[in-house]
Each structure stands twice: as C-alpha cells, then as structure tokens.
Design a protein around this ligand. Structure first.
Ligand code: 4AD
Ligand code: MG
Length: 464
C-alpha cells in the first residue's frame, strides 16, 4: 500500500510491513558495504524517510547510481527499525523505480543544499521543494484549518465576500482597477501589449482591499461571521511586511464592542498558535534551529501570557519619553510607523500589545467615534518583531454620525447600501482583519513576507 511518509514514520503502522513510498529524492549516499541510502520526502511531514537500496537490485548500476536530488521515485520494501542515527525507521528496499529524472543535475536550480531566500524567490516554482518552503506550506495549512475550526466551533458563518468591488473600504486609495478586454478584437500596440480596455462592463471596479463592508452586511443578519480570502493593495512599497496580494481573515460580530473585539483577537490568536505548537512540532523545530532561535519559546510565551491593552495616547507618551532616535516623528495625531510599533511591542512590553482609541483623522470612515469626538474605537494588535498583525474597530452604527464622517471625507458615492445597514435594524458591532502572511512570519520567524506566501505579488516579482 502507498502511504504518506508521515504515517510510515509514526507508530501507526507496524514494523516489517511491506510499504510503498512515492516522492522526491532529497539526497543519495552510497556506502562501500554495497548499499545506497536515498532519502525520500513527500511533503506530508518535515522528515524524509531513509530508503536502503542493496546493490543486488537489477537496476542498481543502470538507475540507482544515477539518482540525483530532485528525481521522483516509487520505492517498495520492508519497513524496518533503523540502525543508523537520525531516524527510528527506514525502508529496506526490494524494488525502486525512477519516475522522473532531473534533466541536468548540474544546472538543477536548487541542487545545492543551501540557498538564500532572495535567490529562491526567483525560482518560486521550485522553492516548495526546499525544507524551508515545505515547512512554511505545512504551517499555512495548519493555521488555515485552525482558523476555520476556531470560528466553526463558535458558530460563526464563513462569508465569501467578493473580490471585485466598487468600494475602497480603507479609503487609502491603494486600489487595482479591473478592466474588461474585448477578446474578439484586441488591438495591440507595437510592443505587443493590449492597449484597448474598458472598465468593468462600463462601470469602475477594483480588486477588494478588504471584505469588511460586505461582512458587516452578513453580521447584521447572521450575528457572527468571518471572511478568509485574498485581498489586494496597490501599494508600491518594497518592505518586508507588504504584499500587493495577501490573505486576510476578518471576523465581524453583531452586538459586540471594542472590548469584545480585543478579547476575540487575543483568544483567536492563542488558539491558532496553539494548533501550530500541537500539530507542527517537526516544522517548528526546524524554524527554531535554522531561522529564529526564539520561535518555539515565543509562541509558548504568547499562548500563556495576557496581551497588554494600551491607549494610543499613552503609547505616544511612552514613545516620546523613550529617548529612542526614531526616523519618523511621534506626536498625537500622527500614525505609528513600524519602528514605533516594534518599540512598543518588543522593547517596552515584550509581548503582544493591543493599542486602542486612535485619532479619528488617521483611521477609516467606518470606525466608531468616541465621546471625545477626536478618537475612534480602533484597535491594532502589535507583536514583537513584526508590528501590526491585526487592525480592527468597533463600527459606527449611528447613521447621523456615520453620515457626517462620510460627508466630511466626500465619499458619499457608492455607500448607500452600507448606510441602509444603519437605517434598518442597526446594532453595535465590531470586527478586525488579521493579515495571514504577517502571522505566518510571526510564527515561523521568517523575516520577509515574500517568503510567507507561495507566489509573492510585489512590484518586482515575476507573475507566474
Ligand atoms: O489594518 P487593515 O488595513 O484593516 C482592514 O483592512 C480592515 N478592513 C480590517 C477589518 O477591520 N475587518 O488590514 C488588516 C491587516 C493588517 O493588520 C495587516 O496584518 C494586514 O491586514 N495587511 C497586510 N498584509 C500584507 N501586505 C499588505 N500590504 C497588508 N496590508 C494590511
Ligand atoms: Mg491597519
């Protein structure tokens, strides 16, 4: 029977069973004693399984001795206790078939054992074969399924909000426009590029920056909802924290205020971190050894400690008194930059901070105005090493207050449907958005957000 390597390496299957493994070769080593050791991985777990191939197999010299890293193979043999170090089990091979050879082992782009992450971004189609990207992929899977599990256990409904939209939820003007092409009649410019385009069937439309506004409509009917999908931002910034396409998780809850929202964020983050610690020990050990020594301790500490709540105003005082030489100015009314967020989370508090009640002028139109009429019920969750991983707020549920804000910003245009939600059975409600790739980086200790997503979309990367 063909089994995942994860299963073969566990105790679930008894020794001396005949097994078949299908996967790719991580390495081959030949011993003088008449054996070759071929390590095979299939992505099901961090470890490869060692297969021990005796030189009496009929294809030993014709094939086995030509196997190189990256070849795909099917191996059959007896599952045995391993005498060597490093693994408890191995396969004593009775037959091996090479399914796909590596064309030219000398030019195989990832033949070497170690590559820089920068180099691997240029071979994004091959990097999932490396230890690091296999591990990142499995962490993404575990986080994704923990996210769905958390919300389903608490009776949230998953709402599939649209990718194509007319609204700029965040009001930051970072939109990609959607165009239709007349495919039957494609005039091409001299360069060969298509230069005939219209808008979305005659109207202006964009790729969504957030599913929140649509999620609010569903929260005001189903009470507890969340979205989990791709979002897009046309920010031409080359930072280690920004992608043009990233995945966001956005819960939205009726009858909830800012405190409920903060508690939800903390409980939710701890739950998904715990899932990683429980289910991906193998990969977390790799990150702790090779990427970030603190990876495991940090998650353990976050799971068992309370997040700190802090007022934006207090944060400004702390930053001013810190004596740090920040690049960007610090003053009440200015947005916090990554350096400020990192100072607060890393140096001042040393664990995640939930910063609340930001100035209205730097936050989006939908956030609820506080009684001081200067600040809004906003919250950002800041973590050491990354800064903001969650942004959210209590929403403005009062029509007159919302209208004033909309008018002062001059964004009346397409929001009549959103105003309806306040006209027909409005209730206090709140929600947040968690940047999935920022969380992947936080968990793994990877530094660049381009390494947290399979195929990064940034101003500089190939679009395959
Ligand atoms: O703070 P943001 O812009 O908030 C919203 O979009 C709200 N509508 C969310 C809500 O209340 N439902 O984005 C939310 C999170 C950020 O905290 C950050 O983690 C992530 O999304 N994020 C990005 N991640 C990668 N690349 C980018 N360009 C990102 N922009 C935001
Ligand atoms: Mg934000």
């Amino acid at each position: 029977d063909n089994h995942d390597i994860k299963f073969l390496l566990s105790d679930a299957i008894p020794l001396d069973s005949e097994v078949t493994v299908r996967g790719w070769v991580r390495s081959r080593r030949d011993s003088k004693a008449g054996f070759s050791f071929v390590a095979v991985y299939d992505g099901s777990c961090f470890d490869a399984i060692q297969t021990v191939i005796p030189n009496h197999l009929e294809n030993y010299s014709s094939e086995v001795l030509k196997i190189t890293t990256g070849c795909s193979v099917e191996v059959t043999g007896l599952l045995s206790a391993s005498v060597g170090q490093g693994q408890a089990r191995e396969v004593q091979v009775t037959a091996i078939t090479v399914i796909g050879w590596v064309d030219d082992p000398d030019t195989y782009p990832i033949a070497k054992k170690r590559h820089t992450f920068e180099y691997l971004r240029q071979v994004a189609h091959l990097r999932p074969r490396t230890n690091a990207f296999g591990a990142i992929s499995r962490i993404r899977t575990t986080l994704s399924s923990a996210i769905h599990r958390y919300f389903h256990e608490q009776n949230y409904h998953w709402v599939n909000t649209p990718i194509i939209t007319a609204s700029d939820c965040e009001g930051a003007g970072e939109l990609f426009r959607v165009s239709t092409l007349d495919l039957s009649n494609l005039p091409r410019s001299k360069s060969g590029a298509v230069d005939f385009e219209t808008d979305f069937f005659g109207r202006e439309a964009f790729l969504t920056v957030s599913g929140q506004l649509n999620a609010e409509a569903y929260a005001l009917a189903l009470s507890k909802v969340y979205t989990f999908g791709p979002t897009f931002r046309a920010e031409n910034s080359n930072t280690s924290r920004h992608l043009a396409e990233f995945w966001m998780v956005e819960p939205e809850v009726a009858f909830a205020d800012l405190n409920d929202n903060a508690r939800l964020a903390e409980d939710f983050l701890k739950y998904i971190f715990k899932a990683v610690m429980d289910e991906r020990q193998d990969d977390m050990e790799f990150f702790a050894q090779r990427i970030d020594k603190q990876a495991i301790e940090r998650l353990d500490a976050v799971i068992s400690s309370d997040f700190e709540m802090m007022e934006y105003s207090d944060a400004i005082d702390i930053l001013i008194k810190s004596g740090e030489a920040f690049v960007y100015p610090v003053k009440w009314g200015l947005d916090l930059q990554s350096e400020h967020e990192q100072y607060l989370a890393e140096k001042h508090v040393g664990r995640p901070v939930i910063l609340v009640n930001y100035p209205a002028s730097i936050k989006a139109f939908y956030m609820r105005l506080n009684d001081d009429e200067k600040s809004v019920a906003a919250m950002d969750v800041l973590v050491p090493g990354i800064g903001e991983i969650i942004g959210g707020s209590q929403r403005e549920e009062r029509l007159e207050v919302l209208d004033k804000r909309i008018q002062s910003l001059g964004i009346e245009g397409d929001l009549s449907w959103y105003r309806d939600l306040r006209r027909y059975g409005t209730v206090p409600h709140a929600g947040f958005g968690m940047g999935f790739e920022r969380v992947v980086n936080y968990v793994t200790g990877m530094e660049n957000i381009r390494d947290a997503i399979p195929f990064p979309r940034t101003p500089k990367h190939a679009l395959f």
